[in-house]
Structures are given as structure tokens and as C-alpha cells.
Write a protein that binds this ligand. Structure first.
Ligand code: AMP
Ligand code: TRP
Length: 345
């Protein structure tokens, strides 16, 4: 069981996927299919760390699956499945709960943000969330994890867990046939999408997020052309014209974000975008940005709607992916049991 390069990543089936998910993570996922064995997951077990209406969770899981495929994920080439169908994730997460330290989890900024002021009322699952995330990755002994900037801290924790597990069980790992004492690899974050942190259209200092109460703050992948154009037209800006050079974007978060989105969608650099639009008013630039966004996002939404009309086919794809995922995860979990000292039959 040597360690081979393998990609794992996931998104939560909560709310609608938006341009931040697409530019920050999805484009990188699609690109990596060409060079790596890839496993992409709809993390429904992470979703229930905050309350989800069961019927809505079923729909959202299918919707995110449709979005993955509409964006270009190929379910034949890559493994595409929902987390709860592969029980090994939960099994390994328990072992990791006993490896990770309270002090490590106490530092997680996402928990602090999501739990808010009343942390006594947050679920235990929300607190242990990064431990499950580490299990998602390591149950496949995955080596590369393409994510947006906001997941960096969770990835560092996954690396710490992998290392502590390898250290704590070193003797047994060697006895299990891993002469170098390394059972879990150190998974590497791949944070190289064209826009690793897309900001809200209403506030350039907050990230674009599914959970923002204002729908005007984000472009959803299912938005139609008119909605996309309206949201961009209403996007917050400042009163200065656009600068001609990238340095002029400093301290102007809304301008920086819109230019960054344009650049990411067209594959140009922000400098090149400003050479074309610098000195002009936002209104002209916003029209051009709306056109670019409609051209890229419009077809994805249309394809999502087409795929979503056949839930039976989506469920079949998830079942097939789950079986393939299980085939990789089960032997890893067997080894973990041997290493930890669990009797198995
Ligand atoms: P989530 O929506 O939290 O399940 O995130 C799914 C993926 O999209 C993760 O890799 C995130 O890092 C990425 N992502 C979410 N929001 C943004 C954003 N505003 N900008 C860039 N990447 C993002
Ligand atoms: N926590 C990630 C997010 O909210 C989703 C996720 C769960 C994930 N497990 C993962 C991402 C494993 C990468 C690898 O975006």
C-alpha cells in the first residue's frame, strides 16, 4: 500500500453554489482531472453540523451533484459521491477525534464564526468538523486537496492529525508493513484557483458566501442572465473611476473584487483588465462584466436544470461513485483498525 498521488475535495450541500465556489475551487477540480486520480464528494455529513431540513438536504445534495457535473466534472473519469454513503468517513473521524487535541480545535476560526456568540448551543459536530474533514481526505490517503483560501486552516489541522497518528502508532505502523513508519501522507492544500477568495458583491471585505442573507451578495450558478446583470449592476462600488494599474486597487476592496472576478472569468490578469477599463466609470465596466459572467455562468445553470430533471440518474451516479470510493476506503480502514488495535473479522 504505497502512497500514490490522489486528489480529494468536497463541498457542502447547503444553499446554492455560487461564483466563489466556481472560481475558488471548482475550476481547479476540473483541471486536476486531467492529471490526477480525483475523488470529489458532496459532504452531507458536514452539512448537518448545523440544522438542515431533511427534505431540503436531499434536494441540495442532488443539486450540488448536478452542479459538479454541469461545471465539467466527469463522473466516469473521477469518483463523485455523497459522504454519508461511505461509512468509513465516520469510522476514521472517530479515531481522529481521539488523536486531535482540544487545543487544536479551539483555534479554528470557522467554528468561532459559525458558532457566533452563543457557542454553548453549537452542536458537538460543528466543533469536531475539522476532524471529519481530515478523515474525508485521509481515508483515501489523498495527497492533494484543491480548496479556496478559507479552508487553509482546516487543511493544516489535517496535516497535524496525520503526523500525530503516524507518531503515536509508529511501532504498529512499522509492524503493519510500512517500513518508513508513514501510514498517512501529509495532504497538501492546492489553493491556486484564478480567484481563491471571491468577495461579497455588497461588501468587499466579506467573502461571497452561501449563508449571506442577502442574495444580492452573490452570483448563484443557477441565476438567469437578467438576475446576473441586475446583481452586478447593483454591486457596491466606490465613487472614484477605475485605476489604470493594479496598484491603484489597494484599499478599494469592491473595485479589486470586481476586477478580480472579470480577470478570473476571462483568464486575463487584473493588470490587463485595467489597461482596457482603467480611467473609465464603473457603469461601463459593469456592463462588460455582466456580459462575461452571463456567458460563463448561463450555460452552467442551464445544464444544472437539465440534469436536475432526472433525479434517478443523479442517484445512480452517486451510488456508483460511492461503491468505487468504498473500494478504496475499506482496505485503508482495515489497516487503521490493525494499527490502532481493534479486533476485526
Ligand atoms: P463551501 O461553500 O463552504 O462548501 O465551500 C466549497 C469550496 O468553495 C471550498 O473549497 C471553499 O474554499 C470554496 N469557496 C467558498 N466560498 C468561496 C469564496 N468566496 N471564494 C473562493 N472560494 C470559495
Ligand atoms: N470544509 C469544506 C468547506 O466547507 C468542505 C470539505 C469537507 C472538504 N471535507 C473536505 C474540502 C475535505 C476538502 C477536503 O468548504
Amino acid at each position: 500500500m504505497s502512497i500514490t498521488p490522489r486528489v480529494f475535495s468536497g463541498m457542502q450541500p447547503t444553499g446554492a453554489l455560487h461564483l466563489g465556489n466556481y472560481l475558488g475551487a471548482m475550476l481547479q477540480w476540473i483541471a486536476m482531472q486531467k492529471t490526477h486520480e480525483c475523488i470529489y464528494c458532496v459532504v452531507d455529513m458536514h452539512a448537518i453540523t448545523v440544522w438542515q431540513d431533511p427534505k431540503e438536504l436531499v434536494d441540495a445534495t442532488r443539486r450540488v451533484t448536478a452542479a459538479y457535473i454541469a461545471c465539467g466534472l466527469d463522473p466516469k473519469r473521477s469518483i463523485l459521491f455523497n459522504q454519508s454513503q461511505v461509512a468509513e468517513h465516520a469510522e476514521l473521524a472517530w479515531v481522529f477525534n481521539c488523536v486531535a487535541r482540544l487545543g487544536w480545535l479551539d483555534r479554528m476560526t470557522q467554528f468561532k464564526e459559525k458558532a457566533g456568540k452563543d457557542k454553548e448551543r453549537a452542536s458537538v459536530g460543528l466543533y469536531a468538523y475539522p476532524s471529519l474533514m481530515a478523515a474525508d481526505i485521509l481515508v483515501y490517503r489523498a495527497t492533494h486537496v484543491p480548496v479556496g483560501e478559507d479552508q487553509k486552516q482546516h487543511l493544516e489541522l489535517a496535516r497535524d492529525i496525520a503526523q500525530k497518528f503516524n507518531n503515536d502508532f509508529k511501532e504498529n505502523i512499522v509492524a503493519a508493513g510500512f517500513a518508513d513508519g508513514i501510514f498517512f501522507p501529509q495532504p497538501e492544500p492546492v489553493i491556486t484557483g484564478p480567484a481563491t477568495r471571491v468577495m461579497s458583491l455588497r461588501d468587499g471585505t466579506k467573502k461571497m458566501s452561501k449563508s449571506d442573507p442577502s442574495d444580492l451578495s452573490r452570483i448563484n450558478l443557477t441565476d438567469d442572465a437578467e438576475t446576473i446583470a441586475r446583481k452586478i449592476q447593483k454591486a457596491k462600488t466606490d465613487t472614484e473611476p477605475l485605476p489604470s494599474e493594479e496598484a491603484g486597487l489597494k484599499g478599494r476592496p469592491e473595485a479589486e473584487n470586481l476586477v478580480g472576478i472579470y480577470a478570473a472569468l476571462t483568464g486575463e490578469s487584473p493588470g490587463a483588465v485595467l489597461r482596457q477599463y482603467g480611467g473609465g466609470q464603473f457603469s461601463g465596466f459593469k456592463k462588460a462584466l455582466a456580459e462575461v459572467a452571463v456567458t460563463k455562468v448561463g450555460p452552467i445553470g442551464a445544464e444544472m436544470r437539465r440534469l436536475s430533471s432526472d433525479p434517478v440518474e443523479i442517484d445512480r451516479i452517486l451510488a456508483d461513485g460511492s461503491a468505487r470510493a468504498r473500494a478504496i476506503a475499506a482496505p485503508v480502514m482495515h489497516k487503521v483498525k490493525d494499527i490502532v488495535g481493534f479486533i476485526r473479522s
